[in-house]
Design a protein around this ligand. Structure first.
Ligand code: WT7
Length: 635
């Protein structure tokens, strides 16, 4: 039996029980067997969910890149580490071997050092899906700098807010990026952000689109010439187990984004362990996750998890629709992909198109399919199973979060029976539970409630950058003594979990996690807007879309409402990014409020869902009369 590579359901239950009985022994054995440590830990775990404070492998010293790179230089030196598949299919794919990746990472690490970056400094990475992105993350880790990747679809304002929150000293970006038929002026966005980023000394610019950009003397530097002159070796900084590895921002219900802090040893152990088990990765397999490295999925399951396992990982620069709807399947055929991991929103969009786009390609290399980011509906699950997996590839519906660092609930392929819409069983070491609204654990099966985790796991985020109080309040105060996920879930008769969606003010649109607070803040900046409330409603392809209820100021001016709609969406795109645009905007004279002045979103949600006949109790409202008006004008 190997807990590092579970192969039967019986084995799973054995390993799971062992992991719960003695979690410390369990993770100690995983950590001992599979990694290079410079110094062994003094202890496996120290934890207290009240403070909250969690430390895994305290006292250990290591560098994660020695585990991603150096370790592989003997036996798989010339094996491909990264396959880069460009946006344009006529451009040649690049195969970067482990030894080449090692050298590139060392060169980049040396460039960062030359630019004055050292251990503990924050580096913002605002790059498209090109090899430099993965290389920069590893280079930061090599010298102990903390990377903070900002998805290259975020606006200048969103970028600046993240750079300032983490006080980054340096930004790595590119001249531009290719997204399908479009070219995006990334450097222009960075220039805009830089007007408001006093902590940034240097901006390194990779060349991708070869478009003309502005280079500010002293601040901006072309990356390639610096790399060309840099040494191809760089000693790895010895890090403490709990030194931060990276910050990654996720939206909250209110206010500014939360910079989730992930630390070194626990994250490494968990990313490696879950990658191996959830994708049943075997030597020689080609693995492809279509996410962007700007999200946690890309951090853990394009870069760290695969490289820690010596895998070959595909990095795709483009979009699913370019040059046509067959691109994903073309890439699967071209690189003979064995494990394919994508988001339900992509599956739903592809399933709407002609099956010829699928059937044109040989998908026989596929062994395992995965989904992540939002609940997958039954129809999409079956389409994926029948047309892509040809009913031979288990689908792993993997549930997790930016905060969890790695997959927590998921089938193990060829082991756990899969059921459409069920993420199924917790991975070893994960102890989920369901809570009712009164904060009592729901015991027995079947059950439903709020999903919590009662015991720490190695890759959990340790804090919110600069705001530990918010970390405690957001995750550990709703159900004291437990980590609260923000999700609702069902547990069936046999104990399989089905995630039903967010129970807080976060809305998942096309797999992107969006807080209503920041969107409302952006809307309210419009001079004509008095107040607003944003809720989600079901959408065929996006899963959820955004519905905004907006009260306009009475200015006496006769404003064209469609113009205002457009201006509001432009404002949202500028403040957050185009993904946060409102699908529907309803202008209204009032919003339903409680006597304490809180907007009753429950009612707005029902109306947006087209369920105005199921509003429930509205008697506690301060202004029940606005409800009918909103229903009458619902879009
Ligand atoms: C939220 C976290 C984890 C990487 C991508 C998203 C939802 C995620 C599933 C799934 C149902 C899912 C949850 C979660 N979610 N995976 N398999 N089934 N819902 O990371 O942006 O931090 O979002 O995504 O609501 O809380 P994220």
């Amino acid at each position: 039996m190997s807990k590092y590579h579970i192969k039967t359901l019986e084995e799973y239950f054995q390993v799971y029980r062992q992991s719960v009985r003695d979690p410390e022994l369990f993770w100690e054995e995983v950590a001992e067997e599979h990694f290079i440590w410079r110094k062994r830990w003094d202890k496996v775990l120290d934890w207290d969910f009240d403070k909250p404070a969690v430390e895994w492998f305290p006292g250990a010293r290591l560098n994660i890149t020695e585990n991603c790179l150096d370790r592989h230089l003997t036996i798989r030196r010339n094996q491909t580490a990264i396959i880069f598949e460009p946006n344009d299919p006529s451009e040649q794919a690049q195969h970067i071997s482990y030894v080449e990746l090692y050298r590139k990472v060392c060169q980049m690490a040396n460039v960062l050092t030359e630019m004055g970056i050292s251990k503990g400094d924050r580096v913002c990475v605002y790059l498209p899906m090109i090899p430099e992105l993965a290389i920069t993350l590893l280079a930061c880790a090599r010298i102990g700098a903390i990377h903070s990747v900002v998805f290259a679809g975020f606006s200048a304002a969103a970028l600046a807010a993240r750079i300032n929150d983490a006080e980054c000293k340096l930004v790595v970006t590119s001249d531009g990026s290719f997204r399908g038929g479009k070219t995006i002026d990334l450097k222009g966005i960075v220039d805009e952000a830089m007007k408001d980023c006093p902590t940034v000394d240097h901006v390194l610019v990779a060349q991708r689109t070869h478009t003309k950009v502005n280079m500010q003397d002293g601040r901006d530097h072309w990356l390639q010439p610096l790399l060309d002159n840099a040494y191809k070796d760089c000693a790895a900084e010895q890090m403490d187990a709990e030194d931060p590895l990276f910050i990654l921002y996720t939206s909250g219900s209110t206010g500014k984004p939360k910079g989730m802090v992930h630390t070194t040893a626990g994250y490494m152990v968990y990313a490696a362990y879950t990658f191996k088990n959830v994708f049943q990765y075997r030597e020689g397999d080609i693995y492809w996750c279509t996410a962007d490295i700007g999200w946690i999925t890309g951090h853990s399951y394009i870069v760290y998890g695969p490289l820690l396992n010596g895998a070959t990982t595909v990095m795709y620069e483009g979009v699913p629709t370019y040059p046509d709807w067959g691109r994903f399947w073309h890439v699967v055929e071209k690189h003979k992909v064995n494990q394919f991991y994508t988001a339900p929103t992509a599956i739903r969009a592809l399933a709407k198109e002609n099956l010829d786009y699928v059937n044109r390609y040989d998908l026989s290399s596929l062994k395992i399919l995965g989904t992540v980011g939002e609940p997958i509906n039954e129809e999409a699950w079956h389409w994926y199973d029948e047309n892509i997996g040809k009913k031979k590839c288990p689908i792993v519906d993997t549930w997790w979060q930016t905060e969890t660092g790695g997959i927590l609930i998921s089938p193990i392929p060829f082991t756990t029976p899969t059921i459409p819409t069920f993420a199924t069983l917790p991975l070893p070491g994960i102890q989920p539970l369901l809570m009712d609204e009164q904060g009592k654990e729901v015991i027995g099966n079947p059950a439903d409630g709020r999903l919590c985790i009662k015991f720490p796991w190695p890759s959990m985020a340790r804090t919110i950058w600069g705001d530990h109080k918010r970390y405690r309040e957001t995750y550990f105060s709703t159900f004291p003594g437990n980590y609260f996920t923000g999700d609702g879930a069902l547990r069936d008769e046999v104990g399989f979990y089905r995630i039903t969606g967010r129970v807080d003010d976060v809305i998942i649109v096309s797999g992107h996690n969006l807080g209503t607070g920041p969107i409302e803040d952006a809307i309210n900046e419009h001079p004509a807007v008095a107040e607003s409330a944003v809720v989600g409603f079901p959408h065929d392809i996006k899963g959820n879309a955004l519905y905004g209820y907006i009260i306009l100021k009475e200015t006496g001016e006769d404003r064209n409402q469609d113009n205002v709609r457009k201006e509001i969406n432009d404002l949202i795109a500028a403040r957050i990014g185009p993904i946060a645009k409102l699908e529907k905007i309803q202008f209204t004279r009032g919003l339903p409020k409680t006597r304490s002045g809180k907007i009753m979103r429950r009612i707005l949600r029902k109306i947006a869902h087209g369920q105005s006949d199921q509003l429930g109790d509205t008697s506690t409202l301060l202004n029940p009369e606005v409800v009918q008006e909103i229903i009458d004008h619902a879009i």
